[in-house]
Design a protein around this ligand. Sequence first.
Ligand code: NAD
Ligand code: TYD
Length: 350
Amino acid sequence: MKTILITGGAGFIGSHLVRLMVNKYPEYHIVNLDKLTYAGNLTNLKDIEKMPNYTFVKADICDFERMKAIFEQYNVEGIIHLAAESHVDRSIKDPFAFAQTNVMGTLSLLQAAKIVWGDNFEGKLFYHVSTDEVYGALKNDGSFFVETTRYNPHSPYSASKASSDHFVRAFHDTYALPVKISNCSNNYGPYQFPEKLIPLFINNIRHNKPLPVYGTGENVRDWLFVEDHVRAIDLIFHKGKVGETYNIGGFNEWRNIDLIKVMVKITDRLLGRAEGTSEKLITFVPDRAGHDLRYAIDSTKLHEELGWEPSLQFEEGIEKTIKWYIANQDWLDQVTSGDYMRYYEEMYHV
Ligand code: NAD
Ligand code: TYD
């Protein structure tokens, strides 16, 4: 059985990827390595945790000796690396944590792979999952990020991801480590930690709490349904070219304020409230420092080389997402109360 190590598999995107890989590839042993920070939630994986081809390992990617030991113990042949500190607002408050995990943690994994794999990289792959935020911000001029756009990160989060991307490429160029990188736009869908815009606002509408819109709400983000992202990762992992970068995005740009109004409308309807009831919760607050104006991904390369395209129209995806959070209010309550953090001890009897 071939072992694929997925880091950050208890997080939002990682848990969708682990589910897809465990179900789709019974011939792979999927090892989910996660530190279980506040963002790691093993209840996201209840449905697959007993599968015979799945193992969970609690570990910190910054622990280099442990990473080497895990590569050896499980005979890891491929890694898909998602573990990261991922929230821009947190990076503004505590940039060190972002440099530590995103830069040093990635370096620790790269070095572990290089040492344990030795001189024989045949059949090995290091796939690094990154973000479009490394490219900086676009103006409202119809332009897009392409794979060759110059890196120009503005937040400590995007600076740390940019740095990790550079290390991944450096290991390819210096040591011939087989690597692939993808840079994706903003994701949305089930199991996203409710500090990010979409689940935070759904939860606040539910509790009649203010919806804090940064600045004037003019900022533009390009939204992709998380299951489409993990399908792209699967495709790139198996069929993408070694040493290449692929942009992932659904050509789906929204001004924050317009997206919020759509969310308010759908959530009110699904909660049985009169249309427009929750619009009064919209509250403009001081802007995020260094707030990037616009992100927009051109994913033509991924479409033309590998035939990927998003499966869902945004209207369908956002409705599906809001329905999921309303049907799974206990998940939101567990996360906001901190109860989910006890699940690891209960499940693994530690
Ligand atoms: P997330 O914050 O939901 O999950 C991150 C996971 O990493 C958590 O389970 C956490 O416990 C784990 N982790 C953090 N530090 C760790 C450490 N030191 N050792 C081991 N595990 C650790 O993040 P997400 O939104 O699922 O993002 C996953 C990846 O995708 C990140 O690399 C992020 O940069 C990238 N990405 C995210 C988006 C997005 O919209 N969310 C878009 C593009 C790319
Ligand atoms: P977020 O979900 O934090 O993702 P990112 O910063 O990585 O794009 O934010 C999405 C957009 O929503 C971004 O422009 C910031 C804005 N935003 C708010 O206006 N209010 C909020 O409370 C949050 C969390 C985000």
